[in-house]
Design a protein around this ligand. Structure first.
Ligand SMILES: *Cc1c(COP(=O)(O)O)cnc(C)c1O
Length: 233
């Protein structure tokens, strides 16, 4: 094993412990929480090491990097997740190479994903990103706008919504993060009362290296972990 692989293997074990401990506190089963390894900080070799260490759900925040890595690591049975902003001119290649797009943040983008997916006759799995802190600098649907988006989504034949995604605000620390994650869960519960047929809201993609515990306490089914995976021992 290379030094990188040792580090990654060690870090995965620590992350799994943190996840299990938080799940235990929340009275949840750790099996119901997926670890998405965000590989945006590292090169192809280290990204391959993550897959070799047994993680098969990998995330990138830039579409071009996702395309590049998915091409170079074909054959590693990786399921690619896009977690960062997607511009409309990058939709075609992204729908062809992505398992789940976490960061769908506008009706215009939804429309384009539907159009490009129809062309290649597939249904694209997505999450709706929520701008939970109402921050103008951030991407995502404002909670107040999401009801309207649902009506529109019901007309899309080649998009399937599986849940919601959010990032906590940078400032505020863990306590604020937990409140924001709780707000996303409440929004999900409200939307679930009247959801279109091509929408299920089972998945909540919440939590990163610094706030995965809070996310799990508030019902995250996916955590997106970067830094904690690569930090040196
Ligand atoms: C980078 C990134 C992550 C991972 O964050 P870490 O703090 O490195 O764990 C998760 N989600 C998104 C959207 C990201 O851009």
């Amino acid at each position: 094993m290379t030094e990188d692989q040792q580090t990654i293997t060690h870090n995965i074990a620590r992350i799994r412990e943190r996840m299990a401990e938080a799940a235990h506190r929340a009275g949840r089963s750790p099996e119901n929480i997926s670890l998405i390894a965000v590989t945006k900080y590292v090169d192809i070799a280290q990204t391959r090491s993550v897959a070799l260490a047994g993680l098969r759900d990998l995330g990138e925040s830039r579409p071009q990097m996702l395309w590049e890595k998915s091409t170079m690591l074909e054959g590693e049975s990786i399921r690619w997740h896009l977690v960062g902003h997607l511009q409309r001119n990058k939709v075609a290649r992204t729908v062809a190479s992505t398992h789940l797009i976490h960061s769908v943040d506008s009706v215009r983008l939804l429309k384009e994903i539907n159009r490009e997916s129809k062309k290649i006759q597939r249904v694209t799995d997505i999450l709706l990103e929520i701008n939970v802190s109402n921050d103008k600098e951030k991407h995502g649907f404002l909670p107040a706008m999401i009801g309207e988006a649902m009506d529109f989504i019901s007309q899309l034949s080649h998009v399937r919504v599986h849940g919601l995604m959010a990032m906590a605000s940078r400032e505020g620390g863990r306590k604020v993060a937990q409140q924001e994650f709780a707000a996303v869960r409440n929004l999900r519960d409200r939307l679930s009362e009247d959801q279109p047929e091509n929408v299920s809201l089972d998945e909540l993609s919440l939590g990163m290296s610094g706030d995965m515990e809070e996310a799990i306490l508030e019902g995250a089914t996916m955590v997106r972990i970067g830094r904690a995976l690569f930090e040196k021992l």
